[in-house]
Unconditional design. Structure first.
Length: 268
């Protein structure tokens, strides 16, 4: 598992650095031709954007804060009908920042986390009460991306975003006998890219507010484990799951503003 994780992290670094190098090369090529602003790559049927005329151009050099598009981590491995299944899901929505270095190249970074626990107590007549600990949870999710704005016009920016997420979740539950604790953990890694639009609300006089909608492809890897740590038994029962998938996906459709959470950004 360590070898797989090291290889995945190495692939992420290579992928993101390559995206950054491509963006910088395009920016230098624009500068060498004497252009004062981004030379837009026109979409089919669309004329080149006028330099400095779009909402996107107005937010270059400004910092945005918003939801970065992932929120769920899995943890634990339990016996299912025919195989092991994940025990639980942990919600840790990623909140982060976006900063456009120039009209072409930006940086995304975000963090999601959750920490919690507690206890319960029953006071019964005759000293027949009981007490115990609630399930303790700790999880974090780290996001990094390199948004590339290939063209923009008025309130619209067409973007490609190479990105990666790394996360870890841990749930500790007090066992029913012998004071043992059951620990469920999960390691998550994904690497992918998405393409779509960032729509600014300049038509309502607030170009600082934007929504994102895109489609993409992503490679996911999960390593899940359950450990039954018996206080009176030196042997610890372990159950593990390792799984991966390559998938296409949709990301945070702007029309979801009416039904669920939205990938919204606000530029300051």
């Amino acid at each position: 598992m360590k070898a797989t994780l090291v290889a995945s992290v190495s692939a992420t670094a290579t992928f993101l650095v390559a995206g950054s190098a491509l963006a910088q090369a395009q920016a230098q090529a624009q500068a060498s031709t004497g252009g004062q602003a981004q030379a837009s790559m026109a979409l089919p049927g669309q004329a080149d954007a006028v330099a400095g005329a779009s909402d996107h151009d107005q937010v270059v050099g400004r910092l945005a804060v918003g939801y970065m598009g992932r929120r769920t981590l899995q943890a634990g491995a339990q016996q299912g009908a025919t195989a092991l299944d994940p025990v639980a899901s942990v919600e840790a929505p990623v909140v982060g920042i976006r900063y456009w270095i120039n009209p072409l190249l930006g940086i995304d970074a975000g963090l999601g986390f959750v920490v919690g626990g507690g206890s319960w107590d029953i006071n019964a007549p005759g000293g027949a009460g009981a007490d115990g600990d609630l399930t303790g949870a700790a999880a974090f999710l780290l996001h990094i991306g390199i948004p590339l704005s290939l063209t923009s016009a008025q309130h619209f920016s067409f973007q490609i975003v190479p990105e990666a997420n790394v996360g870890y979740a841990s749930l500790t539950t007090e066992g029913p006998t012998n004071g043992n604790d059951i620990k469920d953990t999960g390691l998550h890694f994904d690497l992918g890219a998405r393409a779509g639009a960032e729509i600014h609300f300049g038509f309502m006089g607030i170009p600082q507010l934007s929504l994102q909608g895109s489609i993409g492809v992503r490679l996911d890897y999960e390593s899940l484990k359950t450990e039954d740590e018996d206080t009176y038994d030196p042997d610890t029962l372990e159950q593990t799951i390792s799984m991966w998938q390559l998938t296409t996906d949709t990301y945070d459709n702007p029309w979801n503003i009416f039904v669920s959470n939205v990938a919204a950004l606000y530029y300051f």
